[in-house]
Design a protein around this ligand. Structure first.
Ligand SMILES: [Cu+2]
Length: 327
């Protein structure tokens, strides 16, 4: 019992802290009631388990059959109080279940829709094996595309519409919101909100092929001013220096705004260098990693849908220099 209490008091928070996908702590108005519910149900479950274990041990100990087994004569008589105890047990169980059910339904209803108008709407398309992001145009800014790193302003809800681009994926950022599937041919709506700046890691939670495990995403919550600045930078046309190689070799799958490269099979690269990671948060975004990625995408993330494109040394160098300008 002491050991269990110790585990609860210390190990659970430690584990929650070390894990990249934390679900025992939240960071926003949507997450808060869910986290309370999680801890509440966890606690109730522990209490129920302990009570049942104690009753079971007590029952085994006091059972006449046990004494019989150790040599006494059976004293098993008609157990008069038994029926009452049965009903008390059923009543308590039903009450506990009812409380958790009502609590769950209430939380689901509370987080159904944001209380105020969302600050932005983002169409999130799950693809093998990355996330395509389309910020929809609103009064504040025109729309644009990006990938894998969802920037949001703090303290305001952000509406997400989820689509499956090829197979079924599932969107989950545990510190901000529960899971929701991204299904081809269907649009699911959810929302997220973060109350403090930070990077919240998410993960695809519906098995979707060989690189499912490396289909992460990151929600980057920024102060509203930082978010506006980021969004403004997204609107700048991408520099076109050295773009010819890119257009020839990569443009059928990747888009760079303001150029003829308009492919959609791979992530939009207009402001590639503004992302901290590539390949759905599987790799850091720096020049050596980009060079390795372009030379051997299959070595870096086996099975992903980008082929190695044959390039001369000169083309490779120009291409990398060009990618570095995509800020
Ligand atoms: Cu997936």
């Amino acid at each position: 019992m002491r050991a269990a209490a110790f585990a609860f008091a210390f190990l659970v928070p430690v584990a929650a802290h070390a894990a990249p996908l934390q679900y025992l702590s939240g960071a926003g108005t949507k997450a808060a009631p869910v986290v309370w519910l999680t801890w509440g149900v966890l606690l109730i479950s522990v209490v129920v388990t302990v009570v049942i274990a104690a009753l079971l041990v007590g029952a085994i100990w006091h059972r006449p059959g046990l004494r019989m087994a150790v040599g006494e004569r059976s004293t098993l008589a008609k157990d008069e109080g038994g029926q009452n105890w049965l009903w008390i047990g059923v009543g308590i169980s039903a009450l506990v279940l009812l409380i958790t059910t009502i609590w769950t339904v209430k939380v689901l209803a509370d987080i159904q829709a944001p209380a105020v108008r969302p600050a932005a709407t983002i169409e999130v398309t799950g693809r093998q094996w990355w996330w395509q992001l389309r910020y929809l145009a609103d009064d504040a800014a025109p729309g644009f595309m990006t990938a894998n790193e969802i920037h949001i302003p703090t303290g305001a809800p952000v509406r997400l519409t989820l689509i499956g681009g090829d197979v079924i994926h599932s969107f989950w950022v545990p510190q901000l919101a529960g899971k929701m599937d991204a299904i081809p041919g269907q649009t699911n709506r959810t929302w997220i909100e973060a109350d403090r700046p930070g990077v919240y890691t998410g993960q695809c939670t519906e098995y979707c092929g060989v690189q499912h495990a490396r289909m992460l995403l990151r929600v980057i919550a920024q102060s509203p001013a930082d978010f506006r600045a980021w969004r403004a930078r997204q609107m700048m046309p991408a520099s076109s220096h050295g773009a010819q190689v890119f257009l020839d070799k990569c443009g059928r799958c990747h888009a760079v705004r303001g150029t003829e490269a308009a492919g959609t099979l791979g992530p939009d690269l207009s402001h590639l260098m503004q992302r901290d990671t590539i390949a759905s948060a599987a790799l850091p975004n720096d020049v050596p990693t980009l060079a390795r990625w372009i030379a051997d995408p299959q070595g870096a993330k086996p099975g992903n849908l980008m082929p190695a494109v044959p390039l001369t040394d000169r083309e490779r160098a120009d291409l990398l220099a060009y990618l570095e300008t995509l800020r």
